[in-house]
Every structure is written in structure tokens, then in C-alpha cells.
Design a protein around this ligand. Structure first.
Ligand code: KIV
Ligand code: ZN
Length: 527
């Protein structure tokens, strides 16, 4: 998607927010807000995150495809690698505009120009605390520095966005003086950073309203999350007329992070019906990509993109969800590229278990279901997490079916070859419905190769959805537990799980995969 194309937005018919939100609509609110993504700059300042040039390029491509208006690709003066990635990203010809961060200095702007960007974000601190302890400059010196840099950048044909760093702790009259001066210097946008995340939503509204009296260019907002209010503050600013928001995917950023892209975009669309160019359906994918590439896992309870955001455990909730998802979901997971899940645990009821088992083609009587529910509660209360593989195993046990009984797919032999400079390769021999079948496959490791070979022998329409390995005891001969989830991708989709415990990781993984494939095969041959 190019930045000029409109995203399909949010299907508001499938959004079930409070009707009281209508009372928060304001006449100053714009119809459209630009999204300025700083995952590659402020997001990379997250402690522990350092991205390679290739990783930055992949994230920039994903952000552009998502539909953000501006990508802050980095701070060019900080390193050679930073300059290389900004150069490469600006040469990609993305739909989003590519911007580089510069201090208010002609040297920084020259370096940004060398990187080929047409958009710079210049900044200088304006709060007395920063002037005294960091810059050791007077207000008038700071103003002259900001103006000089903007004039220099404009004389080189750049689009210029300017920030008074620590704006929310800056004297209001001086902040207004700065806004007037930088506009006279030709700035294109002014950004208002809550650098230390220290403002509250009503105070943000007050500040934006005041600044709007002297600001004629679009006003942008950059919020940090030190009090957990970055998103609330960003949305509050929009109520008073802010037209651009700075965000980071997954709320990454310096210290506690910046306003999260996904929460800001959904908040704008769902509460205010304010549009952005972001395609919400791509949010889940972009969030996972950024988590993988930055190595910063998404907390399970993170709004919108956490693994629990659309997971339901309580029996009462699952009953409601099965009746109509709007009972316990603000919007359907498909609107943001996520999936709903029903999790079994201490709060589980019969509806959840019935629904979950039906996903795996397991049908039990009501009495058997109640027994399974009781077992799950006992396990959960003793601190054990019951995953899908264990649930299915429990169901077979309660139904009186023993593992291995009436198996249609049986493992006869397998061998794996792996080592230094060898592509891991597996050979398997299975008995499938009485016929002997053999196959071999490669993989990224011995387990991957073995599971690939097993899938190949039975059907090329079977894919691996999940593989879970956990150690039960310690030491190099530890007992491990493996759970495998498979999906049959034929005309009718079907899922199955297998679970095994053993001391040899490869053997245990093969046993779990064969169990899952046997269950899937039995279902496929029945349908
Ligand atoms: O938080 C901040 O003030 C910043 C500036 C560079 C805008 O990130
Ligand atoms: Zn910041």
C-alpha cells in the first residue's frame, strides 16, 4: 500500500465499545491523523535492543506495508551502521516517508542529507532543567539554535519537523515563543514530546489547547509511558486538534517505551472514528515481526497483540463468547490480524472443554466432559498448565482409550543425520493403514527434519502449527515433554495434537508427531 492510499479502516459494525464514548467527541478533533512511527529510532533505544541493517530494512518494509505515514529510520550521527540503514531504507522507495532525527545543528543535517532523506526531525531541549544541567545554554541561545537549524534544513529543500525536547516541563510562555519562532523559520510540523512521560491526559489537553492558539502548522505528539499514560495522552491531544502521533510498535522505546502503535490506531478508530492510513488487519503480523527481530517478547496481557488479548478461560466468559463474541470482546481478533483462543484452566467450564475438544474431533458424553473438567481443575490448582495436547490426552484417557490402541499410523523405524556442515536429514518408515511407507526430508535441525519426513509420508497437506518442548527434570539426560500440533489443510481443515515424554528429545518429538498424525489420519479417513 502506498502512503497515499486509504486503508480499509476498522469495520465499526464489529466493534463493541461503550456508547458513552460519544460524549468524548470534540469539535477540534481532526477527521484524519498521521502516524509517525519511531520504532527504528526511539524503539531501538529500548534497553537491550540493537537491530542490524537487514533487520531495520525488514521492519521498514513491514511498516510501509502497514500504512504508516512517516518512518523515523534512525539518528544518522550516532554510527556508520545507522547511516547505512537510513541510506538503504530511503533508497527503497517505500510508500511511507522516511525521516532522520537530527540535533539542531547543520552538521547533523548534512549527515542526514548524505543519507538521502527528504525529511528531518530536528530537536533541542527547552525545559529549564535540561538547559541548566544538560545543555548549559540560555533560552535565547536554544531558540537561536533551533531557528538556525530549521533555516539550514529548509534551504536544502527538506521537510522539517521540530521538537522542543521535554516540552511538558517547559515554561508555557517560552514554549509558545519557540513555536512562533520555528514557524517563522519555515518549519513544516511541530512535535510536542512528553519526553519523561510526566503529563496527565487532562493536562495534555490543556497544553495542546494553549499551543493551538499560536500553532498554524500541524501539531504532532510524542508520548513516553513512564506512568502508563502514553496512549491516553496521545488520544487526549487529538481531542484538542493534534494531527500526528508518534508511536512505536509494541510500545517499544526509551525506558518504559512510547505510545504503542496498535493501541493508538485502534483507540483513534474505535473511540473517535478518526481515520489513519494504517491497515488494522496487518497489525498482528507487524507486531510479531518486530518482536522477533528486536528479541523483545510481547507480554501475554498486552492489549491488542498479546497472546491473551483474545484468549478466554473463564467458563462464564467462554459460554458468552460461544453465544456471541461481543459479550466479552471489544472487537473481533480478525480485525487486527489476531486469533481467538479458548484456554483451559482452573476457571474452565464444560462449554470450553466441549468446544476445544471439538476442534480436535474428540466427542465425549456430558458425563465424560464433566470428568475432564474436574481433572483440569485439579491439575490447574496444583500449578500445572494444561495445554491442548494434555487436554486431548486427558479426554482419551477419560473415554477409556489407551495411547497406541487401534493406531492407523505406526512408527516402524527412523534415523536422523546431523552434524557440522551437514544439512539435517531424516529417514522414516511408517505403517499407514497396514501399508509400509518410507520417506526422507531435510530440516533446520534433526527434529524439524524428522517431523517433516513424517508429514511427507502421510500427506503433503499436513502442516506443523506448534511444537513445544519443556524439560521436566534437570541434567543432560533430563526428561522432556514434547507437544506437537498439526493441521490438515485439505478441503476440510482439521487439527490434532500429540504429546510424549521421554529422555531423548528427537525420539520424544517423533513419538509426539506420530501420535498427532495418527489422530489426524483417523479423522481424515473418517471424513
Ligand atoms: O522523547 C523525546 O523527547 C524524543 C525527542 C528526540 C523527540 O525522543
Ligand atoms: Zn522519545
Amino acid at each position: 500500500m502506498t502512503s497515499r492510499e486509504r486503508s480499509p479502516g476498522l469495520d465499526r459494525k464489529r466493534v463493541y465499545t461503550s456508547h458513552f464514548n460519544a460524549s468524548a467527541m470534540s469539535a477540534s478533533m481532526p477527521a484524519y491523523v498521521e502516524i509517525f512511527d519511531t520504532t527504528l529510532r526511539d524503539g531501538e533505544q529500548t534497553p537491550g535492543v540493537a537491530l542490524s541493517v537487514e533487520e531495520k530494512i525488514r521492519i521498514a518494509e513491514a511498516l510501509s506495508d502497514l500504512g504508516v505515514d512517516v518512518i523515523e529510520a534512525g539518528f544518522p550521527v550516532i554510527s556508520d551502521g545507522e547511516r547505512e540503514s537510513i541510506k538503504k531504507i530511503s533508497a527503497l522507495g517505500l510508500g511511507s516517508r522516511v525521516c532522520a532525527l537530527c540535533r539542531s545543528s547543520s552538521k547533523d543535517i548534512d549527515v542526514a542529507l548524505d543519507c538521502g532523506v527528504s525529511y528531518v526531525h530536528t530537536f533541542i531541549a527547552t525545559s529549564d532543567v535540561h538547559l541548566k544541567h544538560k545543555l548549559k545554554m540560555t533560552r535565547q541561545e536554544v531558540k537561536a539554535r533551533a531557528v538556525g537549524a530549521i533555516e539550514y534544513a529548509k534551504s536544502h529543500g527538506l521537510t522539517v519537523e521540530f521538537s522542543c525536547e521535554d516540552a511538558t516541563r517547559t515554561d508555557l510562555d517560552f514554549l509558545k515563543e519557540m513555536h512562533i519562532a520555528v514557524q517563522q523559520a519555515g518549519v513544516d510540523k511541530i512535535n510536542l514530546p512528553d519526553t519523561v512521560g510526566v503529563v496527565s491526559p487532562p493536562a495534555m489537553e490543556f497544553l495542546v489547547k494553549e499551543l493551538m492558539t499560536v500553532t498554524r502548522v500541524p501539531l504532532s505528539i510524542h508520548c513516553h509511558d513512564d506512568f502508563g499514560l502514553a496512549v491516553a495522552n496521545s488520544l487526549a491531544a487529538v481531542r484538542q486538534g493534534a494531527r500526528q502521533l508518534h508511536v512505536c510498535v509494541n510500545g517499544l522505546g526509551e525506558r518504559a517505551g512510547n505510545a504503542s502503535l496498535e493501541e493508538v490506531v485502534l483507540g483513534l478508530m474505535a473511540f473517535f472514528n478518526v481515520q489513519t492510513r494504517v491497515d488494522p488487519r496487518k497489525i498482528g503480523y507487524v507486531s510479531k515481526t518486530v518482536a522477533n527481530l528486536t528479541g523483545m517478547p510481547i507480554p501475554g496481557n498486552k492489549a491488542i497483540v498479546g497472546s491473551n488479548a483474545f484468549a478466554h478461560e473463564s467458563g462464564i466468559h467462554v459460554h458468552g463468547i460461544l453465544g456471541d463474541p461481543s459479550t466479552y470482546e471489544a472487537f473481533g481478533p480478525e480485525l487486527v490480524g489476531m486469533e481467538r483462543s479458548i484456554v483451559v484452566g482452573k476457571h474452565t467450564g464444560v462449554h470450553s472443554v466441549k468446544e476445544k475438544l471439538s476442534e480436535y474431533g474428540v466427542v465425549l458424553t456430558d458425563e465424560q466432559i464433566s470428568k475432564v473438567v474436574n481433572e483440569i481443575k485439579k491439575l490447574a490448582e496444583s500449578g500445572k498448565h494444561v495445554d491442548d495436547a494434555e487436554l486431548v490426552a486427558l479426554a482419551y484417557h477419560v473415554a477409556g482409550q489407551r495411547a497406541g490402541e487401534e493406531r492407523k499410523v505406526k512408527l516402524k523405524e527412523f534415523a536422523v543425520f546431523t552434524g557440522l556442515n551437514i544439512t539435517p536429514t531424516a529417514v522414516v518408515s511408517l505403517e499407514v493403514d497396514g501399508a509400509n511407507k518410507r520417506g526422507s526430508e531435510i530440516g533446520v535441525g534433526p527434529i524439524d527434519a524428522a517431523i517433516n519426513a513424517i508429514r511427507q509420508v502421510v500427506s503433503d497437506k499436513i502442516s506443523l502449527v506448534e511444537y513445544r518442548l519443556s524439560a521436566i527434570t534437570g541434567g543432560s539426560d533430563a526428561l522432556c515433554e514434547v507437544g506437537v500440533k498439526l493441521q490438515y489443510n485439505g478441503e476440510k481443515k482439521a487439527m490434532s495434537v500429540g504429546r510424549s515424554v521421554g529422555s531423548d528429545i528427537v525420539q520424544t518429538s517423533v513419538d509426539a508427531a506420530v501420535e498427532a498424525i495418527d489422530r489426524l489420519y483417523s479423522r481424515m479417513s473418517k471424513d
